[in-house]
Design a protein around this ligand. Structure first.
Ligand SMILES: [Fe+2]
Length: 482
């Protein structure tokens, strides 16, 4: 998600610390929503501060890439969106700093222009975001949260038209703002990856691949038939994930794991970047114009390859998923391999459909929240885990690492599901429908669990490589036996 999806842990302390849980009676639904909302907001803020406190003011106000905002813009924008939607629209409270709205409106100012704006200083931005958060927590403490109003059936309106009922339904607006902040945290993590200079982020390496990783079949078969795509019931699902609808797919085969650096290097060394047969016409033109020869951040060193990762240069790990490839590169690799990218529906069916029950699961492993045995999420690590990791997070079809590690490009353009209704504002996703955007699925090592589930949809332009994106390939399945 280019403007709003956007995604970093501690400067020197590894994974983001967990906020303390607030005890509440398990029988009180509103208290449970309040507890979940408060924890999600606090987790997001700890990460935001960890990603910004590790740099000095020059590092926060500099533009490290024309593709990205100065980090101080993200910081105040996070506070401003929270003020607009949570404090004003949902809480019905008077504005704190309405003068800031135009400065931090992502649609009024493209990223390249933002350094020239009269932005708040780092200290001012921190103080503003904290002041808004105090107000938000007051709203959270006082607002009714158990309205049964259907968020997808509500007309949209500008932020000046408060829609407190639907916004507050089961704490939606708190979940929306926690996801928004985490998406910007992932974007800020991408800014750190683009930043020149010594490392400032630290995290432990992911665990080694499990013993059975080398024995996994290269692909899994997903039988033909219908499944439920999208959701009408997940209380914090965003408008573009709604509503649930039935999709019938023929059988297909899908890579068991994301494509590895080793496999991708075969494509590079086979001359894949020099052979237009493998590229779409637009992809070939882009490859030539930009002189692409390997994924972003790969460096050739004689006969070996290195990569740059958050200020470090290190040998390319052959068994990790390839990352920092654009859609055109993923598409070309798949054609070279005699395969294709999966459609978005194929990806979601592989990640959700349980043939034993016919149910659509919230996550590949079931409905329970992610834990560290399921997936590489939440910036616990600063790199993907080896392919074949996380057997406990496997989907019913046998595919692994569908959530976490790397976003996965699909062949599908971004559009609304049948019956889509924008909520709470068209600019969240509807204005991107039908453009050149390609859907990405599954989240990366830099995606927080609150913004990652098997229905979650991300999108970006097919040329983008700074995001933590890789892919897996698919092929048509064998005909069904009758
Ligand atoms: Fe945003």
């Amino acid at each position: 998600m280019t403007p709003h999806p956007a995604t970093a842990p501690a400067a020197d302390s590894g994974p983001t610390p967990e906020p303390a849980a607030e005890p509440a009676p398990a029988t009180d639904p509103a208290a449970a929503v309040r507890r979940r909302a408060r924890a999600a907001l606090e987790t997001a803020r700890l990460r935001t501060l960890a990603l910004t406190d590790c740099l000095d003011d020059d590092g926060l106000t500099a533009q490290h890439s024309p593709l990205m905002s100065p980090l101080v813009w993200d910081l105040a924008h996070i506070g401003n969106q929270e003020e607009i939607w949570l404090v004003r629209a949902a809480g019905g409270r008077p504005p704190l700093r309405p003068d800031l709205d135009p400065l931090y409106d992502a649609f009024q100012h493209p990223r390249a222009e933002r350094p020239a704006l009269p932005l708040l200083s780092p200290d001012q931005a921190r103080a503003y975001a904290a002041e808004v958060r105090d107000q938000s927590l007051n709203v959270l403490a006082e607002a009714p949260l158990t309205s049964t109003a259907a968020t997808t059936a509500t007309p949209t309106g500008p932020p000046t038209d408060p829609l407190p009922g639907p916004l507050l339904d089961r704490g939606f607006v708190f979940g929306m703002l926690a996801q928004h902040e985490q998406q910007h945290d992932e974007t800020m993590l991408a800014t750190h990856q683009l930043r020149q200079g010594p490392p400032v982020l630290e995290a432990p390496a992911p665990p080694p691949a499990p013993a059975d990783a080398a024995l996994l079949p290269p692909e899994v078969l997903v039988p033909g038939g219908p499944f439920e795509m999208g959701t009408s019931t997940d209380p914090w699902a965003l408008d573009n994930e709604r509503p649930a609808h039935r999709v019938d797919l023929p059988a297909f085969r899908l890579d068991t794991t994301p494509v590895s650096n080793r496999a991708y290097l075969d494509f590079v060394q086979d001359g894949g970047y020099a052979d237009p047969r493998w590229w779409s016409p637009q992809g070939w033109a882009h490859r030539q114009r930009e002189r692409l020869e390997a994924p972003l951040f790969w460096l050739r060193d004689g006969d070996r390859w290195l990569r740059r990762r958050f200020g470090r240069t290190e040998p390319l790990p052959a068994d990790q998923p390839v990352v920092h490839v654009c859609w055109y590169e993923a598409d070309a690799y798949a054609r070279w391999a005699g395969r294709r990218l999966p459609t978005e529906a194929e990806w979601e069916k592989a990640a959700r459909h349980d043939p034993a029950t016919g149910r659509a699961l919230r996550h590949p492993w079931g409905d329970q929240d992610p834990d560290p045995a399921h997936a590489n999420l939440g910036q616990r690590h600063l790199e993907p885990a080896p392919v074949g990791s996380y057997p406990d997070g496997a989907a019913p079809c046998g595919a692994r690492q569908l959530l976490g590690d790397v976003w996965e490009w699909t062949s599908t353009g971004f559009t609304g599901y049948p019956g889509f209704t924008a909520f709470p504002y068209r600019e969240y996703s509807e204005v991107f429908f039908g453009g050149d955007y390609k859907v990405l699925r599954g989240g990366s090592f830099g995606t927080d669990p609150v913004a990652c589930r098997s229905t979650f949809r991300n999108w970006d332009l097919p040329v983008r490589r700074q995001i933590f994106a890789g892919f897996r390939t698919a092929a048509d399945g064998p005909p069904e036996r009758s």
